[in-house]
Design a protein around this ligand. Structure first.
Ligand SMILES: [Mn+2]
Length: 413
């Protein structure tokens, strides 16, 4: 049996420059705490190895303090006979002048730090229980598909692949650079029992196979939402694999959209309305409020739009709500808000705007016009079938009346 923990994309010492200093320190400390939780769990769960699929830290940002922290953490594993298998990524490349290669790691740490394919036997009680096959990033911009060079499985012993790689069809690939790109088929064709991947920060199973991104250890921005951690993986002697997600990070990021604020007239009402919405959100997800970094995206029409263009007013609102709900951090985005318009007046009066909106609203009901449109060709699309073309036309006019109102009506006077 081979039991191990799979983590990746820890990015120790991330600066979080856009956050205030207090939060920045908290984020840095909580990331180290999360990493310590990984080490504790390795010991408690009596795993044989810790597999790190790259981007453990950012080469240029790693502090001396964190370097010592890492060495101490790995030494604790060594004292418990646990090996570390660490494949470098694009942020912690392993060429000779980079930190990953220069640090004097304890001898239980095995580094896959360049483009040479390495196969390693994992031994337990003098028996070979598994093989690890891996390749690392030597430079910051490894653009080759090195997975192609890895050998296919040719043994009864369980084989685990370890790499910081970009599976081009995985979800959440946007925002990740295409370093060490490969396809799911490249990975599947090796017939390994498990693939421990890093690079994409969103935990996921790839192509319904035994191929996993564990995601990053702690979210780094409002888009990296939800629980963050790693996988505890057990492969038995017959090659059966059990994969369990374990949350290691206490801190969570999340984004909440709030709209329908047309009837709100003053600050108190606005504040209370938002608090109720956040409370419902907290209850639905069983969040620990004081570990939550929340971004609120305000949408729709709001009488108080003008105030919310003023930094000081937004800060006041953030501060009051944060204190009331005991949130770790709250950020309010009001840039999408629209001014409140008296839509009845705009739509019912006899003027150019009301007539224009009438025209737009009537397109859908004007069968003669729709029939004519269905007969002529589409500008830059090819759609077969009347239904598909009808759907396209209706999508084109959908919401145009709102667009006209926004464009033609200013602030309510
Ligand atoms: Mn990466």
């Amino acid at each position: 049996m081979f039991k191990f923990i799979h983590i990746a994309d820890v990015h120790l010492d991330t600066h979080f420059y856009s956050r205030d200093p207090e939060l920045r320190n908290k984020l840095r400390d909580s990331l180290r705490e999360a990493f310590n939780r990984v080490i504790d769990t390795c010991i408690d769960e009596k795993v044989q190895g810790l597999l790190i699929a790259g981007d453990l830290f950012d080469n240029d940002k790693l502090s001396f303090q964190t370097e010592v922290f890492l060495i101490n953490a790995f030494t604790r594993l060594k004292e418990n006979n646990i090996k570390v298998y660490y494949a470098t990524g694009n942020h912690d490349p392993g060429d000779k002048n980079y930190r990953a290669n220069l640090i004097n790691w304890p001898d239980n740490v095995h580094l896959f730090n360049d483009d040479s394919v390495q196969e390693l036997e994992v031994k337990h009680n003098h028996q070979i229980v598994a093989k690890i096959v891996s390749v690392g990033h030597k430079s910051k911009k490894e653009a080759r598909n090195l997975i192609k060079d890895l050998p296919a499985k040719n043994t009864e012993i369980p084989v685990v692949g370890l790499a910081h790689a970009m599976v081009t069809t995985a979800s959440g690939v946007d925002g990740h650079d295409s370093y060490l790109p490969c396809t799911a088929e490249d990975l599947i064709s090796k017939h390994y029992n498990y693939w421990a991947l890093g690079h994409i920060h969103q935990a996921q199973q790839v192509a319904n196979e035994s191929i996993y991104y564990c995601g990053n250890l702690q979210g780094r921005n409002p888009k990296e939402t939800g629980e963050k951690g790693g996988y505890i993986v057990t492969i038995d002697d017959y090659g059966n694999v059990e994969v369990k997600f374990r949350r290691f990070s206490n801190i969570q990021w999340n984004t909440l959209e709030i709209s329908e604020m047309e009837s709100i007239k003053n600050y108190q009402e606005l504040k209370d309305y938002i608090i109720v919405k956040i409370e419902a959100f907290l209850n639905s997800k069983e969040f620990d409020a004081n570990q939550l970094i929340l971004r609120l995206q305000l949408e729709g029409r709001c009488f108080l739009k003008k105030s919310m263009e003023i930094d000081e007013d937004i800060k006041q609102l953030e501060e009051d709500i944060k204190l009331h709900l005991n949130l770790l951090s709250l950020e309010i985005k009001a840039n999408n808000l629209l001014p409140l318009v008296n839509s009845r007046e705009c739509l019912e009066g006899n003027h150019v705007l009301s007539r224009t909106v009438d025209l737009i609203l009537n397109i859908k009901d004007n069968q003669e016009l729709i029939d004519k449109l269905l007969e002529i060709k589409l500008c830059n699309k090819k759609l077969d079938g009347k239904n598909a073309r009808l759907k396209y036309i209706l999508e084109l006019v959908e919401g145009l009346e709102e667009e006209a109102l926004n464009r033609m009506v200013g602030e309510e006077k």
